[in-house]
Write a protein that binds this ligand. Sequence first.
Ligand SMILES: CO[C@H](O)c1c[n+]2c([nH]1)[C@H](O)[C@@H](O)[C@H](O)[C@H]2CO
Length: 445
Amino acid sequence: MAKLVFPKEFLWGAATASYQIEGAWNEDGKGESIWDRFAHTPGTIYENQNGDIACDHYHRYEEDVELMAEIGLKAYRFSISWPRIFPEGRGKLNPKGVYFYEKLIDKLLEKNIKPAITLYHWDLPQALEDKGGWLNRDTAKYFSEYANFMFYKFGDVVPIWITLNEPFVSAFLGYAWGWHAPGKKDMKGAFVAGHNMLLAHGLAVQAYRDGGYKGNIGITINVATVYPETNSEEDLKAAEKQDAFGNRWFIDPIFKRKYPEIIWRILEENNWSFVFPASDFDIISSPIDFMGINYYTRNIVAYDKNSHLGVKRVEGPNEHTDMGWEVYPDGLYDILIQLYRDYKIPIYITENGAAYNDTVEDGRIRDINRINYLKEHIKRAYFAIRDGVDLRGYFVWSLMDNFEWAHGYSKRFGIIYVDYNTQKRILKDSAYFYKKIIEENGVDG
Ligand SMILES: CO[C@H](O)c1c[n+]2c([nH]1)[C@H](O)[C@@H](O)[C@H](O)[C@H]2CO
């Protein structure tokens, strides 16, 4: 069997996010986040679980970095908890919060693991939410102040910066559907929040450039490759709409200085066509160095006059993960080809992985289904590079089992198992599989 060998500098990593792993939700001066507030609200999270302790990474980060080194990670993507730095979102600084990340980054560098920082992975300071949160345009400015401080502190030692994680998800699930913090159900608000997040992104990129830092800065977008159920004209149009709405909404403003047509049509149909100052798009489209994509599954769609946008989802025929997401590795290849064709920008896969109901038997976790998932997707990443995509790296989601938002701890994505009763970590078989991938810089074809 042929070995598919990646380019020499290809970056193999794993990813996490602050609220999902850190715990210490109100320790050492950290301010409340909207996820603390949301998860403390009964009925929002599976079995009313929350991130108060999570994986206790705040206290166990040294052990966790040792495990990253044991796996052989070349990079580690993690997010900064904004309210751990600025408890009120701006103004008063929390030195102990800064010190935690200083120690974490120092430990990573000591182990030759490149830090890749996500500045915002959904845990907005509650104090800013109390002033309107992402519905308040000023939050974009406050974000750039926070980003500027992080660049000042770590810009010389952290080579990869991601401004936002999945603005579509935090705008829509947080402001339109209410499934995520801050739990609002206001479709119009989702568009305003999304726009202010993009503004925040652009202002942060400008701050990074003004600081003259030598690293790379980008954004992470969630993508699900879209396929029409049939080749009928109606289904093809439905697929085009879904791709624009689900994948391009937060990409086109950055690369084309405008929203996809479908977004403007929704705004106009609802009389929400706000007058976004054209100058916003000058800021939003500040050039970035890479695009991060989070790929998990695809979307098969068909025309349906009774559905939102006239588009209904059709379930795929292949195996599904514990999240109910179809396993479709070819979708990763297709989306990489499409995005690189359309935007010609270096790409990182900043998240890819699968939740399965892992069990510990004789001290081992034989997660062969996750190994197969990772293997097939890593193969597609190789074929995308072979076919011309400038793909720079791959971050598995996730380094360790963690708080899976509204699903609480019921979904396990980690390549490291976490026993939440004891906080014991156990490398799953998939961790050893990934270790071999990294050692060989390649995968069996
Ligand atoms: C459709 O999947 C999304 O792209 C997506 C999946 N995921 C994400 N975004 C988030 O970035 C992570 O915080 C989640 O833990 C992770 C697993 O659910």
